[in-house]
Design a binder for this molecule. Structure first.
Ligand SMILES: *Cc1c(COP(=O)(O)O)cnc(C)c1O
Length: 404
């Protein structure tokens, strides 16, 4: 028999379509979907060894499943980590990480600008179990440093952030974490491994909402953690016990999504940059937030960390003398669109438009929103694969008829 195992040193594009478990005895070219909750054991002795973990083999899908394992292997190959583990959603992945790493009396330092549910999960829910969290500025490394205590176990960041696209310095935060004997976890949802691989800059763990770009077509929820085999083994115990397991069906959809991730991200980024540049030239636009623009405060850092790409999330402010006037203008732009989807999701082929102040950040007080820089005139567009001319025309309808 000739050796048909994948040779070492393959490019990321190849791994995106090839990395997976071995084919089944049927020789399928597209990876199979093993939609089964349990696995039949050949005999009682083998069953005992597999349940004891002394022999490899599938037993029950809460513990592991071949389709989920293929997704994990492919994602780990793209992130360049030893291992990965799937979760039912991005939030399920963060829950799994916190359960695996933290106990009462531990301390976490977390960016103030992370995803809203992440803020609530780490700050409020884990607060109930005696885990203390200090929230700090996304971009001020000195603030992170000052927040570290002897019991700090975890630093958690997300870059770029939603919706203002602030970029943090992964290498600097990894250095701080390791100096304190803590781990750095980075939510890589906005860039995906096609653009940014946080462990290359020293991060220990990478968090994914597979719901976004990894899947790419807005169909299913999924999540994952990538990292060393040793850390992933800790999380495997958590998922087996706590049950935030990734469904094989969803794993299969995201596994197939990973095959086109590279070319989709190129197209998403080209659209994002073109839209950001055009918005900057519009008289109806006050300010544009996009890491690919020279005007972005962390432009150079973003280009270094993100393979020279800005991503596909573009936010901008429309004017208004009062918060009410700014909100009326933002609603006018959103409601004048006829093509873009008015929805808070992102990472979809369909371009989406949203008003952060009344959706993702709607439950904050106006004061908290001001502090976070989320004004009533702010609009977020996540550029999909619609033609850029149609996106611009759709936004022009409202921008050209604003009341200044
Ligand atoms: C959507 C999102 C999450 C949560 O992912 P789900 O799959 O919706 O649970 C976490 N972090 C970021 C940055 C996100 O955009």
């Amino acid at each position: 028999m000739t050796d048909r195992s994948l040779p070492p040193g393959l490019h990321r594009d190849t791994l995106a379509v090839r990395a997976a478990l071995e084919r089944s005895q049927y020789g399928e070219n597209s990876e199979a979907l093993f939609l089964t909750s349990s696995f039949v054991q050949p005999d009682a002795e083998t069953s005992a060894r597999r349940f004891a973990g002394t022999e490899d083999g599938f037993t029950y899908t809460r513990t592991s499943n071949p389709t989920v394992a293929s997704f994990e292997r492919r994602l780990a190959a793209l992130e360049g980590t030893e291992a990965a583990i799937g979760a039912a959603s991005g939030m399920g992945a963060i829950l799994m990480m916190c359960m695996g790493l933290l106990k009462a009396g531990d301390h976490v330092v977390c960016s103030r600008s992370v995803f809203g549910s992440t803020l609530n999960l780490i700050g409020r829910e884990f607060g109930k179990f005696g885990v203390e969290t200090t929230f700090v500025s996304q971009t001020d490394v000195a603030e992170w440093k000052a927040a570290i205590k002897p019991n700090t176990k975890l630093l958690f960041a997300e870059t770029p952030t939603n919706p203002l696209t602030d970029v943090c310095d992964i290498r600097a935060l990894a250095h701080l974490a390791h100096g304190a004997g803590a781990l750095l976890a980075v939510d890589n949802c906005f860039c995906s491994p096609a653009l940014q691989r946080p462990t290359e800059f020293g991060a220990d763990l990478v968090i994914h909402s597979g719901t976004k770009y990894l899947e790419g077509q807005g169909r299913v929820l999924a999540g994952a953690i990538c990292g060393s085999q040793k850390l992933i083994d800790v999380f495997a115990t958590v998922v087996r016990t706590a049950g935030m397991a990734l469904s094989p069906f969803n794993a299969w959809v995201v596994l197939k999504g990973l095959e086109t991730l590279g070319i989709r991200m190129q197209a998403h980024c080209a659209g994002g940059l073109a839209l950001a540049q055009w918005l900057e030239a519009q008289p109806g636009v006050k300010r544009v937030y996009y890491p690919g623009l020279d005007s972005h405060p962390q432009h150079e850092l973003a280009m270094r960390q993100q393979s020279g790409q800005g991503g596909a999330v573009v936010s901008f402010d429309v004017p208004g003398d009062t918060p009410e006037a700014a909100r009326a203008n933002a609603f006018h732009v959103i409601d004048s669109t006829r093509v873009l989807s008015i929805t808070a999701n992102l990472g979809d082929t369909k371009t989406t438009i949203t008003h952060p102040a009344t959706t993702s950040h709607g439950r904050l007080t106006e004061e908290q929103r001001q502090a976070a820089g989320i004004g009533q005139g702010l609009i977020r567009v996540a550029v999909g694969l619609d033609h850029i001319d149609d996106i611009r025309a759709d936004l022009s309808r409202g921008l050209d008829t604003l009341r200044h």
